[in-house]
Ligand binder design. Structure first.
Ligand SMILES: [Cu+2]
Length: 471
């Protein structure tokens, strides 16, 4: 491990994550992982593809072949050991992983090439306009589908993923993941030096590329009607959250925070508390500020109201010197703007409301802000968090409670019959003469997510550079 170098802090991307509302209309490439106790760093993740229904035309020809690439970092110590070391400032803020893996494998040591023609096609469940790329920044927890035109000489080609905000050297490539694209009839193995990607510290390059990836307004995506049918050019905002991700020392322990509140996981699961006790004794709704920063860092169970069927604007701020990435469960959001420095309401005039991409994980650049719009049509208790595993584990998260008084089970499924009770919520007594216990109806609607918070995620997830190169 390197010394305490602030730039290395950016590298704790053991994260492939992006869980989605698991509905039938979500196409794209995702991945799953365990969502609690830092277990994701133990490697329990894998890809999931959700294909279009046959009746929906896709905006490109059917590929000859498909493969998944999962990129992530790996610690040489066990995830439990790393987890327990996170109570030191070095590991909480600076500790770097040992190696970068591609589909769970270490670097294929050899180098180099010329670009294949490749295009972005989808990201996290929606179609983008096709742009030609030879390198793509994929931030922690994000996924892309990319079309690669295999029209080069039959050979083996490198696929390289290198970290952002960190300069790998020829002597130390442990944090560069290297794979090989092999043509069936190739007799030439990949060799030569690895291609140079863009400068890993060139954030303008990354921002400009992010801005150039636009929604394809005419493609059908999951539904027959065009994606552009749903746009944000003329929406009325119901709420604005301004959420500042940061570090905080609380009681001598290094933590991460949102608006200076570091999340405290209660013993009673939020959904149980919500369903059976209106949160009482577990959390106080709207106790913490959603658009300013608490003057003193505190630990608390941060649950904020999201207005059902309202448009929510969230401005994510990052005052650290490293990349951050935010993810919202339960909804996609339109990424309408990136900016440097302080966000002010006047900056809304710079938003792209015409063809912003819809996704559920967005990067926030060092010292900058990212603005998203989301329509809260999905009742539930939803996690909003840094997708950087370490930040998340150490408290950079909150919950969004979207309440719908209509108990229609089509909107939010009731808890299952075998619901486990724990914490301060006791199981209801079985009704007399009834063979099976039935959960007591609460005053709040029932919810699907936390009964089994199985998180589905994406396939390429490193903040880094993705290159497919030819010999
Ligand atoms: Cu999610």
């Amino acid at each position: 491990m390197g010394g305490p170098d602030p730039e290395r802090f950016e590298l704790h991307c053991d994260t492939h994550s992006l869980c989605k509302k698991w509905t039938k209309d979500q196409i794209g490439s995702f991945f799953y992982f365990p969502s609690i106790n830092f277990q994701k760093a133990g490697g329990g993740f894998g890809p999931i593809r959700v294909n279009n229904r046959e009746v929906i035309k896709v905006p490109f020809l059917k590929p000859e072949a498909e493969f998944d690439l999962l990129i992530g970092d790996w610690y040489r110590r066990s995830f439990m050991e790393v987890r327990s070391m996170l109570n030191t400032s070095f590991w909480a803020y600076n500790g770097a992983p040992g190696v970068m893996l591609m589909n769970g494998k270490g670097p294929y040591q050899n180098p180099r090439a010329n670009a294949h023609e490749s295009f972005t096609v989808t990201q996290e469940g929606s179609y983008t306009n096709q742009i030609t790329l030879d390198t793509l920044d994929v931030h922690v927890g994000q996924s892309y589908s990319i079309l690669v035109t295999a029209d080069q000489n039959a050979a083996d080609y490198y696929i390289v993923a290198s970290p952002k905000m960190y300069k790998a050297t020829d002597d130390d490539r442990s944090l560069v993941a290297i794979g090989v694209l092999h043509y069936d009839n190739s007799t030439t193995s990949a060799n030569g030096p690895l291609p140079n990607g863009p400068d890993p510290f060139d954030l303008d390059f990354s921002v400009n590329q992010a801005k150039s990836i636009r929604w394809n307004l005419t493609a059908g995506a999951a539904r027959p009607n065009p994606q552009g049918t749903f746009n944000v050019s003329n929406v009325t905002l119901s709420q604005t959250f301004i959420l500042q991700g940061s570090t905080a020392d609380i009681g001598g322990t290094p933590r991460y925070s949102v608006n200076n509140v570091s999340y405290l996981t209660p013993e009673t699961p939020l959904k149980l508390a919500d369903q059976f006790a209106n949160g009482s004794g577990v959390y106080r709704l709207d106790e913490f500020p959603v658009n300013s920063t608490s003057p003193v860092a505190v630990a608390g169970t941060f649950v904020a109201t999201g207005t059902h069927k309202g448009w929510l604007e969230i401005v994510f701020k990052n005052d650290l010197r490293v990349m951050d990435c935010w993810h919202l469960d339960g909804f996609g959001f339109y990424v309408v703007g990136f900016g440097d420095g302080k966000w002010t309401p006047e900056l809304r005039s710079t938003y792209n409301l015409y063809d912003p991409v819809v996704r559920s994980t967005t990067q926030v650049y060092p010292g900058g802000w990212t603005a998203v719009y989301t329509y809260l049509d999905n009742p539930g208790m939803w996690n909003l968090r840094s997708q950087q595993l370490r930040n998340w584990y150490l408290g950079q998260e909150l919950y969004l409670r979207v309440y719908d008084a209509d108990p229609d089970p089509a909107k939010e499924r009731p808890p299952p019959q075998n619901l486990l009770f724990c914490g301060m919520i006791d199981p209801p007594p079985p009704p007399p003469g009834s063979p099976k216990p039935i959960p007591v109806p609460g005053s709040a609607p029932t919810t699907q997510i936390l009964w089994a918070h199985f998180i589905l995620a994406i396939s390429v997830g490193i903040r880094g550079v993705f290159q497919i190169q030819q010999l």
